[in-house]
Design a protein around this ligand. Structure first.
Ligand SMILES: C[S@@+](CC[C@H](N)C(=O)[O-])C[C@H]1O[C@@H](n2cnc3c(N)ncnc32)[C@H](O)[C@@H]1O
Length: 209
């Protein structure tokens, strides 16, 4: 599927997104991201590629003001619906925006999060998004995405389990071709460590401003 086709599909299927990703363990991942973000009550957070706002709402639940951005209008509508139904609606602002061109000043967010979005991007889109996240972040950034095993045996199992992702898009193969920590270091993030949350991996990073 082409990239614009993928975004249109996500936008149309947005009402089904949460029920599906719940089965894949995303809710636990969103909570873990917010716990590790540990945002202070006034620490401004940007959630890039927020989708239906899972991480944005979990971080806002801790009291931090959060801006969530996404290109897919349908996903943002779901995020808005969820925000309105929550107690933290006033803490969350949702904006339709392309992460390749973030309309924010340099170093304007002490905390940036980006969850389960980089794997589906083409290499040039991923590089642009990483550069923009790097530009607008002033201190901490948390990425979460698929944990790709390095051993050949587990790699085979991973390919079998994620056959759908491979079939759906050529870009998934480009994500798995390079280790994420290495990719982040190349984009000038200082990767502090990584840890696993189910099938996913979280990379907490720092940026030097
Ligand atoms: C798999 S979803 C993940 C959503 C959410 N972060 C989560 O954890 O559930 C990927 C999201 O990235 C968004 N996205 C992809 N490319 C984007 C771009 N260039 N700018 C902004 N959003 C983008 C898609 O619209 C989609 O909502």
């Amino acid at each position: 599927m082409s990239r614009p086709g993928q975004i249109r599909f996500l936008s149309r299927a947005a009402p089904l997104y949460d029920p599906v990703v719940r089965l894949l363990g995303f809710q636990r991942l969103w909570r873990t991201m917010a716990e590790h973000a540990g945002a202070g009550p006034e620490e401004r957070c940007l959630d890039v590629c927020t989708g239906t706002g899972g991480v944005a709402l979990a971080v806002a639940g801790g009291g931090a003001p959060v801006v969530g951005i996404d290109v897919a209008a349908g996903m943002l509508r779901e995020a808005e619906r969820k925000a309105r139904a929550s107690e933290f609606a006033a803490k969350v602002r949702l904006v339709r925006m392309d992460a390749r061109q973030l309309a924010f000043r340099d170093a304007s967010f002490p905390l940036v999060t980006c969850t389960m979005a980089l794997h589906e991007m083409a290499e040039d889109e991923r590089s642009s998004v990483l550069a923009e996240v790097r530009r607008v972040a002033s201190a901490r950034v948390l990425f979460a995405d698929y944990r790709v095993p390095s051993s050949p045996g587990r790699g085979l199992l991973f390919r079998a389990l994620h056959a759908f992702e491979y079939l759906e898009s050529d870009d998934f193969a480009s994500y798995t071709a390079r280790e994420m920590g290495e990719r982040l270091e190349a984009a000038e993030f200082r990767v502090e460590t990584h840890f696993d949350a189910g099938a996913y991996r979280i990379w907490p990073c720092r940026v030097a401003t």
